[in-house]
Design a protein around this ligand. Sequence first.
Ligand code: BGC
Length: 759
Amino acid sequence: MESLQFSPKEGITRMSQPYLYRRPLSFLVTLWIAAVPLASHGQATNGKSGSPAGGQEPTKHAWMNRSLSPNQRADLLIQQMTLDEKITLVHGAEGPQMHLHSLGGAGYVPGIPRLGIPALQMTDGRSGVAMYESRGRYATALPCALANAASWDLESAYDYGALLGKEVRDLGFNVSLGGTANLIREPRNGRNFECLGEDPLLIGKMLGWELKGTQAQQVIGNINRYAVNDQETGRTVGSAVIDKRAMEETDLLAFEIAIQESEVGTVMCAYNRVNSVYACENPYLLTEQLKKAWKYKGWVMTDWGAAHSSVPSALAGLDQEMPTGKYFGEALKRAVKNGEVPTARLNEMVHRILRTEFALGVFDKPPVPRPVDPFTGAEVAQHIAEQGVVLLKNTNAQLPLQASGIKSIAVIGSHADVGVLSGAGSDQVDAAGGNAVPQSRSAVWHRSSPLQAIHAKVPAARVMYDQGTDPAAAAKLAAASEVAIVFVNQHTSEGRDVANLSLPDNQDRLVSQVAGGNPHCIVVLETGGPVTMPWVDQVSAILEAWYPGIRGGEAIANILFGDVNPSGKLPVTFPKSEADLPHPTIPGMLLESSGAGGGTPVRTNTRIAPFDINYTEGMEVGYKWFDAEGKEPLFPFGFGLSYSTYSYSELKAAPGKELKVSFRVTNTGTRAGAEVAQVYVSLPPKAGEPFKRLVAWKRIHLAPGETKAVTLTIESQYLSIFNASKGEWELVPGEYKVYVGGSSRSTPLTETALIPGVT
Ligand code: BGC
């Protein structure tokens, strides 16, 4: 066992060979975890939280026979349970029991000692175990989920999830909350940094691999805020109004793909209503689609406080209320006793919970708290940050900076002297050592200083910092330096949307003035989603670094100086202005400003009256909207530059029931790099979709001058439309146009494929 543990040295050594490293990391994590519980089992059975509840020796129970299937084990166990015990499992606990046994995560469901059923210890955070500082414990702050999505790298996604899962376990939890498949429909949504973009296939695949990585650590994963929970404004009262076909082909498809890919153990239903029915008591979402059409085997829990009823929710398909038992405690028990909720339905809830626990090792391999390994965490975080940085502009090959020739650099703004920004809310990972900007009231800055990382690249140069609060002073420093690097940010948070896409705090003026003072002006963005850039033509280079995590400063410096060749691609369209969006303002925002919320705009205020969020754009989300409307984005979906260049050739599209697309990609530059080759398809006109859709992609590593052949098979569902009246996907026969290239707006290869009707 000893030799399988991580050591800082091992982690660092393997990171120097990143592509060899990734599989072994996940593999080793799994092996190591598998090795631990045998030694710890006795301790765990008597332990407090995070372990099977004390009492009877669990191995004596028939359901502890590991040769039985999870279904058989759950069946055996349910037969022994009383009504009260079943009710205990279907809601969270508060009060004295919670205080005694909970590890202090977001949620706690007590175990049942008599039967050896472990407590469920749930913790928040997709970009790391959230808010654990109060318990004196460390967790790695990974880059935000959107940054990971920008890598378009399934292996990075797996590693992201695996690292999170490992730390969730190390901290004693057995349920990892978070991992949203909601689309970025609303670029001003405060939670976009938790999302994985605007395309259902990209989101579904990337999140699916993340969740696979998490669950491989024997913790239960979660896909959250199901569904169409695309803004924070009025999130508990708003109703997403959207037609079924549009919903299936966009928001629900992302969930479906991620769930199929990962077999995730839990789905969290959202606060909002969908077509007037609360998501947590919505039979179409919970039963017709999730459980029946997609054959989902896990359980559905509410978002925190998102239950609104006992009987309608239970009958609609909700399995667990969190974090309390307001509706699924005594009230549900009464409903079962008086027959309003059949016992079979309660049994199904409990069966889903127990089956998942058996399937994912929660009974057999309970977590044993141990110190988190900060070194491995930091290495993984840095690698993922580097993969996700998107180079948006690079005039006259401004980047990479040539370390040997530079004598002076001005680093300006965004607290780049001390740290990098993170997104807030339930995904907030505490800053190791405390907030790097202690005076900041809501934003947490991780202690990874871009200034220091830049200085380390050019130790002999004069590297000066200006905080950027006085644009004139910053411009003066820039003018006196060879190169100016301006860091700008937009802080976003769960619980509030941003009013617009402009950089706050006068930062647009800062960039303009600095660019006026120095023609070699490089902008580094730390944002949770798209922002507008009125200064785009004035600067020579732009990097989108998102919220880059605990090693963000080092990752940014590695890209700036070319130690890493950028390969990230935008998972979301950057518009030129809000006027180009389907909704020029956020639905409900004006209600909030004038309503009982006391004039505070864009909050999750529950006191305003229910209102509709009309998704009139339907299927036309993100790039599909820009395509269909003939609008020019600032930077399109799928776009990202490299320090190398790539060319595409020899597209062939072989039709059939599945479409086979093959082509070649060549690195025409002088540096090794990775290109994300994207395949889009537009459907025959009778499908009624005036835009193309992403149907596949491949991330390809290429040495200078190297050519690789790529063949991708497109699943027929990704070519199909949803027939809402039949409730089925169908392939429309006809001519499909195939587009291949390096972004949604750069597709040098096109081909037409005729797909015959089903005979
Ligand atoms: C958030 C969830 C989170 C839960 C528990 C809710 O407000 O929407 O993402 O898991 O709180 O903290």
